[in-house]
Design a protein around this ligand. Structure first.
Ligand SMILES: *Cc1c(COP(=O)(O)O)cnc(C)c1O
Length: 417
């Protein structure tokens, strides 16, 4: 269930037409379906109901406070990669003690704040980072709960920019190093090993790489138990793909495969899904400004651009583009491009559509890594975000004004003559 469907000739989000949203809130605007976010989260929760688990939503996929709060209300935990994300979780009413902290470059200040708030676990990515955390925890008289991020060296078969589980990636440590770090942590009063984790990449469309990583983690988990290092949780990371164009495994199929491999183990399973919770729950609503047909290519220039939605430009990602109110007429092949001065500024290429100036288009599957990756490039203010809840539309992110762009900039003082 994506929350978006054509109904009586027009595209709706839950009970509200996107045309009504465009009239009321303008374009470009991100539109999210609350129900669809909840359903994806509940699919994880119910598939794991018979084993101890914690679903830590990866905040970086979509960090809007309202999104976090919807998930917090369902009992979600969170995976954060900066103190900024951690403070967002707190501001949205999320539980610190259900929050895990990932990322290769946590600063001592970030570690200190996370210890003060009392997070569930630090996902450690290097020996140097672990030593820094031990020093911070010691100065606070605390013992920091840690998990070592193991790099299982599996190829997730995804785009190189979002593949993280290979030896050559900057993430995690190899098994040998992990073993050594666990022994050192066990011996330190400032560190408390509580789990083991990995995260092999994003937009992964097969279950096999997850199973391979799980087996790798389980082997080390058991080995450590044999040495008296009893870990409580096993965190398999995020990364489950969604169906932008190719079919993706369902959340249920993915979890049943994981469960089979965990069989009767009692350890808590932690997951860090981002994309699979929010991607299909959002669209970028944009308007056709100008049509520019030519003998070489037909361009539809829209008001949304790569600064609003970067995935097509960054990863050549394909996202479906639907007319909000489909019209009769000649179908042509269009490149849907934004106003930014870059050839890479496109939202979609070679799309078969019947278009007129002023038409509204919905770039589907834009709920994850959409607004979260937006920038001000070309001095374009960040767009509005709304969340639909049945028949109600709530503004959850105000459109920026132009002077928001330079609010923190300063002119130089006049030079003395
Ligand atoms: C990005 C990330 C996730 C979420 O990945 P998705 O593909 O959005 O599910 C989870 N864990 C870590 C450590 C990440 O960096």
């Amino acid at each position: 269930m994506s929350g978006f469907a054509q109904r009586s000739g027009s595209l709706f989000c839950e009970g509200v037409s996107l045309e009504a949203i465009a009239n009321e809130h303008g374009t470009p605007t991100y539109v999210y379906s609350r129900q669809s976010i909840e359903q994806a989260f509940l699919a994880y929760q119910s598939a794991l109901s018979d084993r101890p688990h914690l679903i830590c939503y990866a905040v970086k996929a979509n960090s809007n406070l309202a999104v976090l709060s919807v998930l917090a209300k369902l009992g979600a935990g969170f995976d954060v990669v900066s103190v900024g994300e951690l403070e967002r979780v707190v501001a949205a009413g999320g539980d610190a003690d259900k929050t895990v902290f990932s990322g290769v470059g946590k600063t001592p200040q970030e570690m200190q704040r996370a210890l003060e708030i009392g997070i569930r676990c630090f996902n450690i990515e290097s020996e140097a980072e672990m030593m820094a955390l031990a020093a911070v925890a010691e100065s606070l008289g605390q013992s920091a709960p840690i998990s070592i991020r193991v790099n299982p060296d599996v190829d997730a078969g995804t785009h190189p920019y979002i593949s993280t589980g290979l030896k050559e990636n900057k993430f995690g440590v190899d098994i040998e190093t992990a073993r050594r770090l666990y022994r050192a942590a066990q011996a330190s009063s400032a560190l408390m090993p509580v789990g083991i984790d990995c995260h092999i990449g994003s937009q992964i469309l097969e279950v096999a790489p997850f199973i391979a990583s799980l087996e790798c983690l389980l082997q080390l988990f058991d080995e450590l138990a044999g040495e008296g290092i009893e870990l409580k949780h096993l965190d398999i990371g995020g990364g489950l793909g969604v169906s932008y164009d190719e079919p993706a495994p369902s959340i249920e199929d993915y979890l049943s495969a994981l469960s089979t491999h965990l069989d009767a183990r009692g350890c808590e399973l932690v997951l860090e899904p981002g994309r699979s919770i929010v991607a299909l729950a959002g669209v970028l609503l944009t308007k056709v400004l100008y049509l520019k047909p030519s003998t070489a290519r037909n361009f539809a220039i829209v008001d949304g651009a790569m600064n609003d939605l970067l995935r097509p430009a960054l990863y050549s990602a394909w996202q479906d583009i639907q007319p909000v109110t489909p019209r009769q007429g000649e179908v042509l092949t269009w490149d849907i491009v934004g106003p930014i001065c870059e050839t890479g500024d496109f939202l979609g290429k070679d799309r078969q559509l019947t278009l007129s100036e002023g038409d509204l288009l919905a770039v589907m599957g834009a709920g994850a890594y959409g607004f979260a990756m937006a920038s001000h490039y070309n001095s374009r203010p960040k767009v509005a975000e709304v969340m639909v809840d049945h028949d109600a539309v709530h503004v959850i992110g105000e459109r920026e004004a132009l002077n928001d762009l330079w609010q923190r900039e300063r002119l130089l003082p006049e030079r003395d003559a």
